[in-house]
Design a protein around this ligand. Sequence first.
Ligand SMILES: Nc1ncnc2c1ncn2[C@@H]1O[C@H](COP(=O)(O)OP(=O)(O)O)[C@@H](O)[C@H]1O
Ligand code: SF4
Ligand SMILES: [Mg+2]
Length: 339
Amino acid sequence: MASEDQPTIPRDNNIILETRNLKKYYPVRRGFNPFQRGAHKYVRAVDDVSIKVPKGKTVAILGESGCGKTTLARVITLLSSPTSGEIIFNNRNLTKGKVDYKELYREMQMVFQDPDSSLDPRLKVKASIAEPCKRLLPDRDHDIDSIVLQSLKAVGLSAAHADRLPAHLSGGQKQRVAIARAIAPQPKMVVLDEPTSALDASVQAQILNLLLELQKSFNLTYVIITHNISVAEYLSDFLVVMYAGNIVEYGPSSSVIENPRHPYTMALISAAPIPNPWKRNLLKTEIRGQVPSTINPPSGCKFHPRCPYAEKICSEQSPELREIAPDQFVSCHFAEKTA
Ligand SMILES: Nc1ncnc2c1ncn2[C@@H]1O[C@H](COP(=O)(O)OP(=O)(O)O)[C@@H](O)[C@H]1O
Ligand code: SF4
Ligand SMILES: [Mg+2]
């Protein structure tokens, strides 16, 4: 699947972020045995991922735990450096030449899954929100105190919360502070890694609604990482389904969810507790087993050991991503059969 001309989504000129054949391999540590020989092995966490993210839209990256979603988020935000491939953000190539990190993080922010690890427990709310602003925005042009208050208001908190420590906030309030912190420097894009999965169901819904409101108010672009198809369905315009470091399906979210064409996507949707009136005959067979090791991935289609449709060719040849319906791309030898 590593072809240079792998298609990317969508066919749209108003693109804020593009990845081209992006890879992130982690070297596997060898034991201490000095006589151990053999080539270095790698976890191929992200293996040739090309996506395009349109301005003001939401792209969801969906997949089981271990399929490379967080790694992709970390590489896109340059928290980890890519092994190869290109990242173009806001017309600048982040993988060629020197990166202006101040400029980058003014325009691209991140929200993590667990606010307890992203917020410093010793800092009051106002100091937490002010910290990236002080680092990223020139003092003379910005009244940081009023930015902090505006950001708190935007996420549904008040000035009364500004003097509290994270320990005195609920889980939902902490995630609101983490979101306020991300939007305070007025970024163009926010990458959110499982932003609601640590929260109770009722609070999750409030945070998802808040994200939609903020997107509208500030014309934000989101890349949202999730293992939860309901979250992807609720928030996203485009859906990218990952399996073992690769994209297996992508396209407009409504098309992919109403008419999934990759057996893995079908199984994810079939297992999700959401009504899917469009596709009552979705793959009923539960997929068994785990995401495979990406150190020694299965030959051919990496999904073949778990796929109920697998035939001989599946273990021999890796399927290309190909367009199976308008703007919907699938990497499966038998995608026509699943229609
Ligand atoms: N820093 C790291 N060093 C080595 N392997 C890693 C590292 N981070 C992630 N991995 C491996 O990369 C794969 C993808 O992980 P991750 O991106 O966290 O997946 P997800 O977010 O989809 O659960 C997993 O096999 C994981 O063990
Ligand atoms: S290529 Fe074969 S193994 Fe892979 S998803 Fe399609 S049918 Fe299943
Ligand atoms: Mg993750």
